[in-house]
Design a protein around this ligand. Structure first.
Ligand code: 2RA
Length: 353
């Protein structure tokens, strides 16, 4: 029998992308059960071309579920993923609640699929979208050259902050379009008024802050890039510095990466590795204007890499620019891929709990 999949948070920004991804990928699932807050129960959503009624989150909703994906806020996952696991489902969680739990693997199938098999709590975590938007490319380079340090600057899309983030940018763009705003200090801020989920206007602006403020001036987002990269790559001492910046893009995170390796590197070797890496597309011909941009990468599955250069002052370091759709590979697609890894394992009868 085909396994039963539950999608918890089916009506959210990531949940919506998840339903279209499940409709596009190989149909390995029996029942797909859609679960959301009681407020959304009874709504009908389309998945695999069929209308499915959303059921309210409850213990009974997990009866008979083999794999349960969670695309909900941290506190909802913290409460409900263990309940799904106690009902016998493998929970694949896209929140931040379990990512750094030593008993929960943090999985990117192209990089560390093997880690998904050891899950003492019955939970597998999906990384943050900023980490995910570059880690497939970095994992491929690490496997060849041995990564020793990353210095990362992100250019994050507003959909990372959910539907409210998208709505805020769209409203602000409408307010500034056709005006002369953006020419005097504070003029955009005054015109926009309420900045929604962001600490500053997003239209005509870049904002050097994403997430929440943590110790010593670091943002939660910057610490996630560091801690999650270390865990996924299995390099607990990896030197990682991130500066996370929000930009007026709807969807697709970009990152400029300075990566230092154990060994000397060449652009030719890096090109060869990236061109052959599953899940990566090399797009690097600046003479022809070819490099990844969010406007071109949005809605696609791969991690796009361009502007590969060897550092002028360090033969062991590369500079590169990476784009990845933060709702697809950055969230829903990676979760779906992990669920498929688990389904294949369950079919093989080798479940490890
Ligand atoms: C953001 N990475 O872009 C976060 C979302 N998980 O805001």
């Amino acid at each position: 029998d085909k396994p039963t999949l539950a999608v918890v948070g089916a009506t959210g920004a990531v949940g919506t992308v998840m339903l279209s991804i499940l409709s596009e990928r190989a149909d390995i699932w029996g029942e797909i059960r859609l679960i959301a807050s009681p407020r959304s129960a009874g709504r009908k959503l389309t998945v695999r071309g069929e209308q499915v009624e959303v059921v309210a989150l409850s213990e009974e909703a997990f009866e008979g579920v083999d794999v349960a994906m969670f695309d909900v806020p941290d506190e909802v996952s913290a409460q409900w993923a263990p309940i799904a696991a106690s009902k016998g489902a493998v929970a694949v969680d896209n929140s931040g609640a379990f990512r750094m739990d030593p008993d929960v693997p943090l999985v990117v199938p192209e990089v560390n699929a093997h880690a998904a098999r050891v899950r003492p709590r019955g939970i597998i975590a999906n990384p943050n979208c900023t980490t995910l938007s570059m880690i497939v490319a970095m994992g491929a380079l690490h496997a060849e050259f041995g990564l020793s340090e990353m210095i990362v600057s992100s250019y994050q899309a507003v959909s990372g902050a959910g539907k409210d983030g998208i709505d805020a940018l769209r409203e602000q763009i409408a307010l500034v379009a056709g005006t002369e705003l953006g020419t005097h200090p504070g003029d955009v801020r005054r015109a926009v008024g309420d900045t929604g989920p962001f600490p500053a206007p997003m239209a005509l602006n870049v904002v050097p802050f994403a997430g929440s403020l943590k110790e010593d001036g670091w943002s939660s987002e910057e610490l996630k890039v560091r801690n999650e990269s270390r865990k996924i790559l299995g390099l607990p001492e990896l030197r990682v510095t991130a500066t996370c910046v929000r930009v007026p893009v709807i969807t697709t995170h970009s990152l400029a990466v300075h990566a230092r390796f154990e060994n000397e590197v060449t652009v030719e070797a890096a090109h060869e590795i990236l061109a052959g890496a599953p899940g990566v597309v090399l797009c690097d011909n600046p003479a022809e204007g070819e490099f990844p941009t969010p406007a071109d990468a949005v809605g696609t599955d791969p991690t796009w890499v361009g502007r590969v250069r060897r550092s002028l002052d360090d033969p062991k370091a590369l500079e590169l620019f990476v784009c990845g759709d933060n709702l697809r590979k950055g969230a829903a697609l990676n979760t779906a891929q992990i669920a498929e890894v688990v389904a294949a394992e369950l079919a093989g009868g080798a479940a490890a709990r």
